[in-house]
Design a protein around this ligand. Structure first.
Ligand SMILES: [Zn+2]
Length: 430
């Protein structure tokens, strides 16, 4: 049996000990046998009679489990060159990508999405949940493409699919299609984007009834705007409680919460907690899209960072993950599916300078909990030895040099895959 000792790795304690209260780095030695963690002990406590054959000496460098990116859009990724966003606004993104769908074929989407997966792989990602635009029978091609991708990446990156449509669609005469197509391709849960309208409560009740019948949870895009009147998060929480919905509920974005009066936001957060809703914040995309003002030539500097009330949620014990969202498409012109970048930016944007371990958990433990990967993405015996190892020994060294390239460890071995070359995509847009 191949045995490797990973020595003196500093790990955010809660990623090993599974206690959200631990907020420090702890140095561990990990013994890896045949790609799995077979033993873990604090450095200095490991008996040295275990007979390892090779060693990775971290010299106190920080080590994280393979990242978990819990909210992305593989189907839209890398369309920017063909479909750039003229004003960089949410509305223009919707319209631009709506028109670009005419170009989406199985072959070209697979090429783009696989490229994106290889970016994630090079950055040390171990699991991804992608939303998939769902607009009727013709969207079946997206699910077919991405479920094929999921099979191709099995054993490397665990890929989950979630549908994405207007929440009102479930109440339309063909609403069952919006359940059947995703589930036919193994979708993990049903998604959607609720909007404030007189029928919202009924629409949510319908969605929850359909999800209950299918035996799956929901994962929604909620209140992705700076409109204080956008209060869908409250409506979702009330619907979950009203229907006694018993499957997992996740709400992404929740930006408008941050521009509502605190008393109103606090009431919503209490309902969110009571309903057991988990939140995903998307700091890169929110920073890009929120507080945009037209015309673009007005040269307005944004005043708002776009993210939801991450600090307040953490203080109330509401689970929060952070994820990449879009990559090089009309919703976000940049991005590379690099959860390390997401974590670094979130710490800066959200002033999480006293919450480093919680920030790490947002692209690890908390994200894995949302994806139902509790048993797979924490560092403990029996788990896959997939890690991201930095030279930095503490948070100051880590956050001060965000461009540092980590070592990627897969199955206990340093693998360091290359990032794919953008030139590969040229043929798609010629
Ligand atoms: Zn999204």
């Amino acid at each position: 049996m191949a045995k490797t000792l990973i020595r003196d790795a500093r790990i955010p304690g809660q990623l090993v000990i599974q206690d959200y209260q631990i907020n420090g780095l702890i140095s561990f030695d990990l013994l890896i046998e045949d790609g799995l963690v077979s033993s873990i002990a604090q450095t200095g406590e490991q008996p040295n009679t275990l007979g390892w054959e090779s060693e990775i000496d971290c010299r106190g460098g920080m080590l994280f489990p393979a990242w978990v990116d819990s909210h992305v859009h593989l189907d839209k990724s890398h369309t920017w060159n063909r479909a750039p966003n003229p004003n960089h606004t949410f509305q223009d993104a919707l319209e631009t990508l709506g028109a670009d769908k005419a170009n989406w074929t199985e072959e070209e989407m697979y090429a783009r999405a696989d490229f994106t997966m290889r970016c994630a792989w090079a950055h040390g990602v171990g699991a991804i949940r992608t939303h998939v635009d769902t607009w009727g029978a013709e969207s079946e091609i997206s699910f077919a493409t991405l479920s094929r991708l999921r099979e191709a990446w099995k054993g490397k990156i665990e890929l989950q699919l979630v549908s994405l449509c207007g929440v009102d669609q479930y109440s339309e005469p063909n609403g069952q299609e919006f359940v059947d197509i995703p589930l036919k391709y193994g979708a993990t849960c049903l998604g959607g984007m609720p909007l404030i309208n007189p029928e919202l409560d009924k629409q949510l009740d319908r969605l929850l009834a359909m999800a209950s019948e299918a035996g799956v949870g929901i994962d929604l895009h909620v209140d992705e705007s700076g409109d204080p009147g956008a209060a869908c998060l409250k409506a979702v929480a009330e619907a979950v409680l009203r229907n006694q919905f018993e499957y997992p509920v996740t709400c992404g974005h929740c930006c408008s919460l941050a521009v509502q009066p605190w008393e109103e936001a606090q009431r919503t957060l209490e309902l969110v907690k009571q309903a057991g809703i988990r939140i995903i914040t998307l700091p890169l995309c929110n920073l890009y899209l929120q507080d945009r003002r037209l015309p673009a030539e007005s040269r307005h500097t944004p005043h708002w960072r776009g993210i939801t009330l991450v600090q307040e949620m953490l203080a109330m014990g509401i689970p929060v993950a952070a994820a990449s969202d879009n990559v090089r498409d009309a919703f976000y012109a940049y991005g590379d599916l690099n959860p390390f970048e997401v974590m670094v930016q979130l710490i800066r944007i959200g002033h999480l300078d006293t919450q480093y371990s919680n920030a790490a958990a947002m692209v690890g433990l908390a994200a894995a909990d949302i994806m139902g990967l509790e048993k797979h993405r924490r560092i403990k015996t029996g788990t896959q030895a997939d890690f991201v190892l930095f030279q930095a020994r503490d948070w100051s060294e880590l956050l001060s040099r965000p461009s540092q390239k980590p070592q990627i460890i897969r199955g206990g071995h340093i693998s360091n895959p290359e990032l794919p070359d953008y030139r590969e995509l040229d043929s798609l847009f010629s």
